[in-house]
Design a protein around this ligand. Structure first.
Ligand code: PLP
Length: 362
């Protein structure tokens, strides 16, 4: 064994050594429909104006620690209820990690729970924080299994339950009454995190319900709206609870360039909203064209992606890859997703290229 192998074995946790790294395929030269990115950019004139604002940012200074300006703008523009504040993250990925770290007590193993299949960072963050993750399978139609969730809550007493609304990778919105039953069952022994990463495409939200449930927090991101590159997530909920999470947040976790770019984008929110509208219109077209294909089962989506079942997901993905189209093969992720694939809704041109390549692969 080499010296570096010995060093790693002596220092790095066994559970970390055992896992693979988060794989992001090289996308150069490909039509990228695997990561739920908005295909549109800001108009040229706005990009120049943004450039000038970024040039004025004080790169020699740490960010203003309170982040008051950007927080006020988020609260005012994005439907945060009056009297509620937000916590900012370097993407919502960081907020997930912050919450998992905050609940991972040391006297006994804490439990993080989510319906599965789910966003992979829920379980990863629980593991890294030193908490146990319990996944509760959804039903075959991807709806929330209310009875199973309530039984699992009773049995495992989770400190944190993630409910993605709409869910990734399935794309559907869970029934709101089922979600409420979960939030109520947690009561004062568990925090319910409604992850609204896809809210710009869903038109449904729990943000306005914050005053109804002290144990509810609502998490969102600017990523899927069209700003994945700047990495900004936000979380709202009870002020005292946010103050506890705030202690775990690394100071200055949101950099000044992100702050300037986000404020600028929020000043021009109507442009991003219009982009989301055209993606939603394309989602309807893509869904109906997919549903007309023999052997394809399309699942309802309230997000900027569509999940579908094909006769042979490996063969379809290989063929699309050869045609330079990148999508996500969900087949091995969970047994409910056998032969399922996930495709980001993009521009009309790219969606048509995907459809053509898919037809050829069937
Ligand atoms: C994409 C996604 C996120 C991560 O968003 P970032 O803000 O880019 O870190 C969080 N939750 C779900 C369900 C997602 O699909």
């Amino acid at each position: 064994m080499s010296a570096i192998d010995k060093l790693i074995e002596n220092t790095i946790r066994a559970d970390v050594r055992a896992i693979g790294s988060y794989h992001v395929p090289d996308a150069s030269g490909y039509i990228k429909l695997d990561a739920m990115e908005n295909p549109y950019e800001l108009p040229e004139s706005l990009r120049r104006e943004l450039g000038a604002r970024l040039a004025d940012a004080a790169l020699n200074r740490y960010p203003v620690a309170s982040y008051r300006t950007i927080k006020n703008k988020i609260c005012a523009k994005l439907g945060v209820p009056a009297g509620y504040d937000v916590l900012l993250g370097n993407g919502s990925d960081e907020l997930i990690a912050i919450m998992a770290t905050a609940i991972a007590r040391q006297d006994k193993r804490a439990v993080v729970m989510a319906p599965v299949p789910a966003f992979v960072m829920f379980s990863r963050s629980a593991q890294f924080a030193g908490a146990d993750f319990v996944g509760v399978p959804v039903k075959a139609d991807f709806s929330l299994d209310r009875e199973a969730m309530l039984a699992a809550i009773e049995q495992h007493q989770p400190s944190l339950v993630f409910l993605a609304y709409p869910n990734n990778p399935t794309g559907n919105l869970f029934d709101a009454a089922d979600m409420e039953a979960v939030i109520r069952a947690l009561g004062d022994s568990g925090i319910a995190v409604v992850d609204e990463a896809y809210q710009p495409f869903a038109q449904k939200s729990f943000m306005g319900r914050l005053p109804d449930f002290p144990n509810l927090v609502v998490m969102r991101t600017l990523s899927k709206l069209g700003l994945a590159g700047i990495r900004l997530g936000y979380l709202s909920g009870n002020a005292e609870l946010l103050a506890e999470f705030e202690k775990v947040r690394p100071p200055y976790n949101v950099n000044v360039l992100t702050q300037v770019a986000a404020e600028f984008a929020l000043d021009h929110l109507e442009i991003l909203d219009r982009q989301a509208e055209s993606i939603n219109a394309e989602r309807s077209r893509l869904a109906s064209e997919l549903a007309a294909l023999p052997g394809v089962e399309v699942f309802p989506s309230a997000a900027n992606f569509i999940s579908l079942r094909v006769p042979d997901a490996d063969a379809v993905c290989a063929r699309l890859h050869a045609e330079k189209v990148l999508i996500k093969n969900l087949s091995k992720m969970h047994k409910l997703l056998t032969n399922c694939i996930r495709v980001t809704v993009s521009t009309p041109e790219e969606n048509t290229q995907f459809l053509t390549a898919l037809k050829a692969s069937l």
